[in-house]
Ligand binder design. Sequence first.
Ligand code: PLP
Length: 798
Amino acid sequence: MFSSKEEFQRHFLKRLEMMYGKTFRESTRRDQYNTLGLMVREYISSNWIRTNESNRTASNKQVYYFSIEFLLGRMLGQNLINLDIREIVQEGLAELGIQLHEIEEAESDAGLGNGGLGRLAACFLDSLASLNLPGHGCGIRYKHGLFDQKIVDGYQVEYPDQWLRHGNVWEVRKPDQAVEVAFWGYIDVHEEAGRTVFKHVNHEHIMAVPYDMPVIGFRNKTVNTLRLWSAEPSPAISPSADLIKYKRDTEAVSEYLYPDDSHDEGKILRLKQQYFLVSASLQNIVSSHRNNKGNVCDFHEHAAIHVNDTHPVLAIPEMMRILIDQEGMGWDEAWHITTRTFSYTNHTTLSEALEKWPVYLFKPLLPRIYMIIEEINRRFCEALWNEYPGDWGRIEQMAIIAHGVVKMAHLAIAGCHSINGVAKIHSEILKHREMKLFYEFEPEKFNNKTNGITHRRWLLKANPELSALITEANGDGWVKDAEKLSELRRYVHDPSFKEKLSEVKQKRKKILAERIYQQTGLAIDETSIFDVQVKRLHAYKRQLLNVLHIMYLANRLKEDSNFSIYPRTFIFGAKASPSYYYAKKIIKLINSLADKVNNDHKLSKMMKVVFMENYRVSLAEDIFPAADVSEQISTASKEASGTGNMKFMMNGALTIGTLDGANIEILDAVGENNIFTFGLSAGEVLNYYESGGYRAAEYYHHDSRLRQVIDQLMNGYFHETEGEFGPIFDSLLAHNDEYFVLRDFSSYAEAHERVEAAYIEKDSWLEKSIINIANSGVFSSDRTIKEYADDIWRIHPI
Ligand SMILES: *Cc1c(COP(=O)(O)O)cnc(C)c1O
């Protein structure tokens, strides 16, 4: 499109004039952003068409990644990088007197996800396109993504996200490809020409309209598609209906993202969203397959469909419905195709997060789907009976429908050919604990795919300073092949490289410090240790452990004049689900602690506590590069993988963490001298749960420093409203500390002493930092996606 900055400027100014009828001087940042976005779209349009075309005509198998969440963040900067035009654009704009990053900030984050699960889906899309793989996302175009968080008097307050308020330059509405999705009604079963016909009558129709977004590969010609469905009123509605109510009810289906990623939301609207996503996507995929190939008998040879957690698992009975009711196929053939098409990733072992739907809600909303699940269940239990004759107990535990609920994970396991966990330990826990009976029945289905992150966003884009240093040392081969980061190992003892790495980190700490100052008015010490915990707020992630430890340090500093610490800045970022009362209390506690510490003359010289509001992808991109210490302190066995841990590592932060999720694989990659581990192992935690042998109160009684901080939750130390932190106090003592905060406290405090001692040895700290960066290549989602492509999906580059 343009080969020089002058050419870019000409195009840009012309476009701006045409679109807004304004001169450059009159234009706003948003005008400029939209103009750039449209230029990018124009630039990629022929490659997008070509990728679609070759997918349609070639016999290359396609993969569709079904996910209820895609946490994309901003797109402009990454797209410019992937198209290799960021520099020209940046220089061209600079001559016009504007900074590209100011324009980038005019873009709203696409926050169509809660956290790790949705961000994983977004990283996978980047890797699929960058590896030239024919893979596409299917999701929901929520009008409001994850809520905006403001902190008012220390409390989280939620505001609806308005990411579409100013339009979305990246999407293309495709009304001609709209499909209808049916709910409610009943099934009329009758014989017609010798076969049984299931007719869904008296149902309510919703129209699903696709919006396509381009997913641009890194410096290749691939442009894949993320298809997001929007719910709209169907024109086929009967004129007698209450149109206003119908419109409202319909649009509600794609109105809000559920702001909860770890509890089963027992809401009928949520179930509607799930079926809406899979029905629209599947009808579309199957019909385009039929149009191209003439029939659907070999569907599974041309398409693989992945379900990201159980939320899209209704795709399995929906596929059966389409093949049987619409394509006229028999059950066995339909089941053969379906089970070879689908694969499933499990993301959690938290039992409260395993989806279960009460039959009394499910059956009326999705009558035909329910019938099909009943039949899947009947056949599944029959197979179990043949394998384990007489073992009623086992079959009862494994059934898909039992005790009045539909168990979505069981449906996934029965209907998929592959079931994977997201880190080695997580996959082992699935096989030997959580899904033990299923593993015994069909062991060949189970496998591990350790999560990854796209290093093109989390290093190349987020940290241009470190990227330039790596490229200067080793060339830019690492951008296409993250394993090449390992070449940095030869600089571990190179004084000049270490010095430059230290400068890069310092620069990024300064940038974050400025942002903190702008947002909170707090001036932090840029030479202090930046100790960071950013992730969703959840009891199992144990932000509380971090807080209690900071309180402990504060007490010692106040009381013991011989005690000193290396200056620290403790940085938190976290959203709590609006309905998660306990998590919100922890946010309040962090903010109360920040008030206490930052306003104390003596303490604030040695430490600061910062809560950065509205943690999201674009904020994360400023935080990871600035971190010295990465807090990954979940109760062992609870964090399936974690991906934040990988982003920190890749940016040279050192991990203080439990032996949980991918932390264990980080330990394997860097060696025990380059990570600070502590606490109970997963096995020890699980044994405690089984034996019931944990007594939290003992730790309270036997450790006076720990007792002091716990008492401070209740004794007015924070000048809080009476009882404010009672629920936290009770969680630790009255409810016997379900997440072993007290049990791991001393081990955690001791690990922090090791962190501090290591940080003071500046030179060896930098060596550890290099070792972390150099060994982070294995955590690129390119590696993860290659494993999915080879082992599960069996797809090949375009
Ligand atoms: C990576 C990421 C997460 C996941 O973080 P974990 O520490 O793995 O829980 C959540 N939210 C955002 C915005 C992220 O970028």
